[in-house]
Design a protein around this ligand. Sequence first.
Ligand SMILES: [Mg+2]
Length: 393
Amino acid sequence: MEDEEAVPVGGAEEPAAARARRVEVPIHVGRIVVHSLELPLVHHFRTAYGTISRKRTILVRLEDVGGIVGWAEAPTAELPTYGPDTHDSTWYALTELLAPRLIGRSFAGPAELVASWAALRGQHPAKHALECAAWSVASQKVGTSLSQLWSGVRRAVPVGESFGIAESVAALLDQIERRMAEGYCRIKVKIEPGWDVEVLRAVAERFPGVPLSADGNCGYAGSGPWAELDRLGLLMIEQPLAADALCELADVQGSISTAICLDESASSPGITEAALRLGCGQIVNIKPARLGGILASMEVHDICQARSLPVWCGGMLETGVGRGFNLALASLPNFSLPADMSPARIFYAEDLVEPTFDIRPDGTVAVPEQPGCGFHVQEDRIDQYTAVRWSGG
Ligand SMILES: [Mg+2]
């Protein structure tokens, strides 16, 4: 169904969220199926939170009464270490709280669907997945890509790579060496107390000229080697302190010239704006599942753009299904720093979309041009890896 009127015509300066909220493509929710999958990882991935070797994730299939199907993903973690949500809490939120209240209802567009759960707090990955499924249906009805529907401005997204804490500095350098040959534009190294200044110095010396970031994942408490890190010429120091340590983050940012990037702290548009006003950071890592959806992510994008602060799109080990939405989002104007968008093949033995996406020699990933999540979803593979299924409608 072609309906180009559905894409609002707004001024170039109109904030992305306001524009997206005006997209009116009716969504008539027929059936929703929620899949809990278990996907083997290619390599173990170690962060300040521990080591994982396989990953559960949740996929949502929203079928419009007219027959159009939107797939989306709620990337989940086993433990509430990164954020307050877990795989099981997200499963509960989807199957008990959110999906049942959508089935059989009609909405003027994705924004109205999102407004329907305004009274329910939290449950961000679950809300993100259902919102994305609605956007997938809307983009297929309109016949345009998500990037076009959201007024994206770039056709390719520059990507960096993130490196977990390794067995040794030599092992880390070897890993980076192998991966940098693929063209990545930025190196990000996970740090923790005792694995920081010397490690970063070794990486900077081995790969001069490549933008280098550090990610503390909230792993420091109070004091840290801020002055030494500040002398390394890093692109940013991501979330060195706890998510709610806003006063302390502002103190650290006030004492160094390197930009602090908010990740775990940026849990909602309002909290992100408060953190930026306090001076907690100068860059924001936007992870749509952490923020509770695309519209909330666009609001953060707009808040930062109004303050002339750049954003970039982070990753949560999504499969190609989830990455499709992230790539479209990262095509918006203020996503001016490289994204964590390594191909799904780096993590998963098999992706859930075919063909899967890959990094190009110039260090970018193409923004999908086809409607829906942007890729051809392999329903048989999803069934193959599904451990538990819920359906309603
Ligand atoms: Mg981070």
